[in-house]
Design a protein around this ligand. Structure first.
Ligand SMILES: Cc1ncc(C[n+]2csc(CCOP(=O)(O)OP(=O)(O)O)c2C)c(N)n1
Length: 689
């Protein structure tokens, strides 16, 4: 136990910005010990979990939740609540205990007793959407911190748009050594420092212990200096001294930069032999150790029993922001109806349906009137020119590839530390931090973020994309230079396995449009997918516009559709079905012509989205896949995943090695992704060569 720690220390007098502590005589230590007891007892009962962090961070959390955090357990979705992110998600019992103690209805003592079992809302790591009051799913270290940066950006942007009258809250993070060791943390803190996100406050659980033992085994970073170097205000305090915690939080309330408070704590605080050791990190303490901890903490109560006076003090803390919430409701109600409805619409995540439909229609009409032979990345910019004014909630960006990704339209202003109303974020070369910040923006609400990078760098942000899919979040990643078609940059920049790898993530939509019309249709589908993230894989090279007539319907919605019918054959009677995506669809159409010259009737199916096709009802799926004796898949990428469409006996024309550096037309020839190769493969299969 820390020398300065005192299990009976009382809360310091209320400071200037802090809201009053619960009106009770219960000492701070008893309230913090309630967290410790619940954590050690729940982990013991589950025979699994992490008691060390909740026991160590209990003092910090108690001061934050009883005196600073603006929240209302009766309305976990209150738009202007402070956000609290437990980035060190393995310490989930800290958060579950806080939710129970402060009175979130769904978090009953029974849920705590069934920690980590199948069914209850107390999963191993906190999950967004699974448990009311959980702001984000954490587990992979560093993600929560980067999510919080996105939440803080969202707050600043919405405050700039709607006024601090309506949007004025803080984002608090509890981060551990592991969070700060992960590379993503550097991207996140650099971006936050650059943007001077002054309402972001990180409480670092500075316990010097990780799983392998003392942090000194692997780390010697001075975190205070590191954060200061990134433009933060940083300080070090005793994380078991409630007065010091309150004073630091108090100071943070009026900071002009993001704030790091490194709170020196003892992991497993109170445990007689395991405190301060990695043995307290991630396993039950055991009956003897728990008995010893109860003694040291002066906690005489039975497991899961919180004495009425302590519980009622905690519940009172949960009521602290009632007035602030009621005042905010009144301010919202006093707004003029149009502004209120717009704010509420955005926070619900509803699209402006008519405006979106009109924007998509305008793009499609324009493309029908004057077809464009352009790259799909350019088509994306063309679509965005209409979408951005129609959907004010869209915030774009790029990881330092703005000119290549075409994600910034001419009218978009960049967001900066002095002007948060801008709708384009220069994320810097920080793909992982970008994707995680985007998750945070969506979780905050009121924003639909989209990004830009090269498809090959999806590897650099995959963990955040996976979490967006797990959480069911609408974030849209524009990923250009989507194949060997990028040409001379060579194999390091040419994605080959990335489409397959992204398609393997459940709940993610991977779009690969074949022309300008499909590009705007895919954008529409990505925006409509309220609970799914999307990737738009777009080309660097120009492509012909295959659909030249205006069609009101969105053909990509089916995931696949026949873009060129077999000559002279009834539907479903083709000799060959060629399935292709993106830039390979026009190549497939050329192959169909070659086959026609040889008397072979081939049809071409464009497959802009595997997931939508494979999720379609069986009859619809069978209708579009058809029963041609020869099925060929064409994609300048690996075959993995294609068997679901062409069958294991199907023929695949694509890549089975990395790319090479050359002008893209030569590369297509070199790797055999060509109309001739497709036609030859079909003829061979038909026995016609
Ligand atoms: C990306 C990632 N890598 C590894 C882990 C597994 N893991 C969980 S906690 C932890 C480190 C624990 O040290 P610290 O973050 O200081 O937490 P504390 O011991 O203080 O609870 C690790 C490696 C993880 N959750 N996420």
């Amino acid at each position: 136990m820390s020398a300065k720690a005192s299990p009976t220390a009382a809360v310091a007098p209320t400071a200037r910005h802090a809201q009053p502590a619960a009106a009770s005589a219960v000492a701070h230590a008893s309230m913090a010990n309630a967290i410790r007891a619940l954590a050690m007892d729940a982990v013991e009962q589950a025979k699994s979990g992490h008691p060390g962090l909740p026991m160590g961070a209990a003092d910090v959390a108690t001061v934050l939740f009883t005196r600073f955090l603006k929240f209302d357990p009766a309305d976990p979705a209150w738009a202007d609540r402070d956000r609290f992110v437990l980035s060190a998600g393995h310490g989930s019992m800290l958060l579950y205990a806080l939710l129970y103690l402060t009175g979130y209805k769904a978090m009953t003592i029974d849920q705590i007793k069934r920690f980590r079992q199948l069914g209850p809302i107390t999963a191993g790591h906190p999950e967004y959407g699974h448990t009311p009051g959980i702001e984000t799913t954490t587990g992979p270290l560093g993600q929560g911190l980067a999510n919080a940066v996105g939440m803080a950006i969202a707050e600043r942007h919405l405050a700039a748009v709607f006024g601090s009258y309506l949007v004025d809250h803080k984002t608090y993070v509890l981060a551990s050594d592991g969070d700060l060791m992960e590379g993503i943390s550097q991207e996140a803190i650099a971006l936050a420092g650059h943007l001077k996100l002054s309402k972001l406050i990180v409480l670092f659980d500075d316990n010097g212990i990780s799983i392998d033992g003392a942090l000194s085994l692997s780390d010697s970073v001075d975190q205070v200096k590191r954060f200061e170097a990134a433009g933060w205000t940083a300080s070090r305090i005793d994380g078991h001294d409630p007065a010091a915690i309150a004073a630091a939080l108090e100071k943070a309330q009026s900071a002009e930069r993001p704030v790091l408070i490194a709170c020196k704590t003892t992991i497993g605080f109170g445990a007689p032999t395991k405190a301060g050791k990695s043995s307290a990190h991630g396993s039950p303490l055991g009956a003897d150790e728990i008995a010893g901890a109860r003694k040291a903490l002066g906690w005489t109560h039975a497991p899961f029993e919180i004495p009425a006076d302590i519980l009622s003090s905690w519940r009172a803390a949960g009521q602290r922001s009632k007035t602030a919430h009621a005042d905010w409701n009144n301010r919202l109600a006093a707004l003029d109806a149009a502004q209120r409805q717009e704010f509420e619409r955005r926070m619900r995540g509803d699209l402006p349906k008519q405006a979106l439909a009109d924007a998509v229609r305008a793009v499609k009409e324009s493309l029908a009137a004057a077809p464009k032979e352009i790259a799909t990345r350019t088509a994306c910019e063309f679509a965005l020119e209409s979408l951005i004014p129609a959907l004010p909630e869209m915030i774009g960006g790029s990881a330092d590839l703005t000119g290549s990704n075409n994600t910034r339209t001419k009218l978009m202003k960049a967001m900066s530390a002095t002007d948060f109303s801008g709708r384009f974020i220069h994320y810097g070369v920080r793909e992982h931090g970008m994707a995680a910040a985007m998750n945070g923006m969506t979780l905050h609400g009121g924003i639909i973020p989209y990004s830009g990078t090269f498809l090959v760098f999806s590897d650099y942000c995959r963990p955040a994309i996976r979490l967006a899919a797990l959480m069911g979040e609408r974030v849209i990643h524009v990923m250009t230079h989507d194949s060997i078609g990028l040409g001379e940059d060579g194999p390091t920049h040419q994605p080959v396995e990335h489409l397959a790898a992204l398609r393997a993530i459940p709940n993610l939509l991977v779009f690969r449009p074949c022309d300008a019309v499909e590009t705007v249709e895919c954008w529409q589908l990505a925006l409509d997918a309220r609970e799914r993230p999307s990737v738009l894989a777009l080309t660097r090279q120009n492509l012909p516009q295959l659909s030249q007539n205006f069609l009101g319907i969105n053909r990509c919605a089916a995931g696949a559709y026949e873009i060129a019918a077999a000559d002279g054959k009834a539907q479903g009677k083709a000799d060959v079905s060629i399935f292709a995506t993106g830039s390979e669809v026009s190549i497939a159409v050329d192959a169909k012509k070659l086959l026609s010259q040889r008397g072979v009737a081939a049809r071409v199916v464009s497959v802009p989205c595997f997931e939508l096709l494979l999720e379609a009802p069986e009859a619809a799926r069978h209708a579009v896949i058809g029963a041609a004796p020869v099925k060929i898949g064409v994609e300048a990428a690996v075959r993995q995943g294609w068997d679901a469409i062409i069958g294991s006996d199907g023929t695949f024309v694509g890549m089975n090695s990395f790319g090479a550096s050359a002008p893209y037309k030569e590369l297509y020839k070199h790797f055999g992704v060509s109309a001739e190769a497709i036609a030859d493969a079909a003829l061979r299969k038909l026995g016609k060569t």
